[in-house]
Design a protein around this ligand. Structure first.
Ligand code: AHG
Ligand code: MN
Ligand code: MN
Ligand code: MN
Length: 333
């Protein structure tokens, strides 16, 4: 395959589909550049004094790691001045971040999980960044949190970076999914997988099984049937994988098929699962659907959920279509 850069790919996609306005292209390139900077910081580890906790708590009630805070700062700084954004929102910030008055305001809004898989930072396991791009509502003056509350089907772009053995960037603008690998020597993103497709048949599932006693009956049934193996109703052996970084689990599923689940927890009826709709579930759902997979909350398509709050949580079932449809049908039975 002839190697082309992220820039060339975006320019060519714009020519072909006429779907990536120059401002959106610039935005994506700036986010990609920020991910490069985060990758560099991650790679330094103890040598860069980036491990451990920051001594603060975020709005989710989680203890912030130094890299949560550093990555958030990198994304804010990189995206403030370009003139392509109206505002930003992040897992690590209680409310939205407005573009300072000294810079022009653009028509897009960026949401991100700056560092996904925080519990893996200090043990040198893959972590990542997830982002989602929305358009500002028509006629918007000063952006408010309400302007962000658009369903995932309104996303114009979404992507994630994985900081692992390789640093990769997976991106969709609504015309399939492509993967770019960071050439660390050259500092450039190189297209390495075109039009990724999730295999429909799978024997792998990802769930934090330590929560099994708190799952609702449809999830228990679905998992029990898989665990029953070749002599059970599914008639085949399944294998389990759980990295505890959504980016890494989703990346495996994108390449190898499988289903990723973070269901609701019966202990906390007011807290439907752990993952956040706006900057985890929606961008991943967009990517997974664009790669031929499916993503639901057990009841409905994730991207059709009307958000009510910026940091809203949602149960997540995503990956190979047949599996997501099966577990979703158990919820509706
Ligand atoms: P974050 O580090 O951004 O807060 O997200 C962590 C999420 C997700 O990446 C992962 O799938 C899940 O939390 C891990 O949950 P467990 O702690 O239950 O394994
Ligand atoms: Mn977190
Ligand atoms: Mn996360
Ligand atoms: Mn995070």
């Amino acid at each position: 395959m002839k190697r082309i850069s992220l820039t060339q790919h975006l320019v060519e996609e714009q020519r072909l589909n006429n779907t990536i306005p120059a401002e959106l292209r610039l935005l994506i390139e700036v986010v990609a550049r920020a991910c490069k900077t985060i990758s560099h910081a991650v790679g330094k580890g103890a040598l860069g004094d980036v491990l451990g906790t920051a001594g603060s708590e975020n709005v989710q009630g989680e203890v912030q790691k130094k890299l949560d805070v550093i990555s958030n700062e990198i994304l804010l700084e990189a995206n403030e001045w370009g003139g392509h954004l109206a505002a930003m929102a992040s897992e690590e910030m209680e409310t939205i971040h407005l573009i300072p008055h000294r810079y022009p305001m653009g028509e897009y809004m960026l949401l991100f999980d700056p560092l996904d898989g925080s519990s893996n930072i200090d043990v040198n396991v893959s972590i990542g960044t997830i982002f989602s791009v929305l358009k500002a509502p028509e006629g918007m003056q000063t952006p408010t949190e309400k302007d962000f509350l658009q369903p995932g089907n309104k996303q114009v772009a979404a992507g994630y970076a994985v900081y692992g053995p390789q640093t990769v960037l997976v991106l969709t603008t609504g015309h399939g999914v492509n993967c770019f690998t960071l050439d660390r020597e050259m500092g450039s993103w190189v297209l390495t997988q075109r039009d990724m497709q999730i295999p429909d048949q799978t024997k792998e599932f990802a769930i934090n099984a330590s929560n099994a006693r708190h799952w609702q009956p449809p999830v228990k049934r679905y998992i029990d049937e898989m665990l029953a193996g070749g002599t059970g109703p599914r008639g085949k052996e399944f294998n389990m994988r759980w990295i505890a970084s959504m980016v890494a689990d989703v990346h495996r599923i994108l390449n190898r098929g499988g289903i990723f689940m973070y269901p609701a927890d019966e202990r906390e009826p007011d807290k439907p699962g752990k993952l956040r709709l706006m900057y985890e579930a929606n961008p991943m759902a967009f990517i997974v659907e664009q790669a031929g997979g499916a993503a639901t909350n057990g009841q409905q398509r994730i991207m059709d959920i009307q958000p009510e709050k910026l940091h809203q949580r949602v149960p997540v079932f995503l990956g190979s279509k047949a599996e997501v449809e099966l577990v979703t049908s158990y919820h509706q039975a």
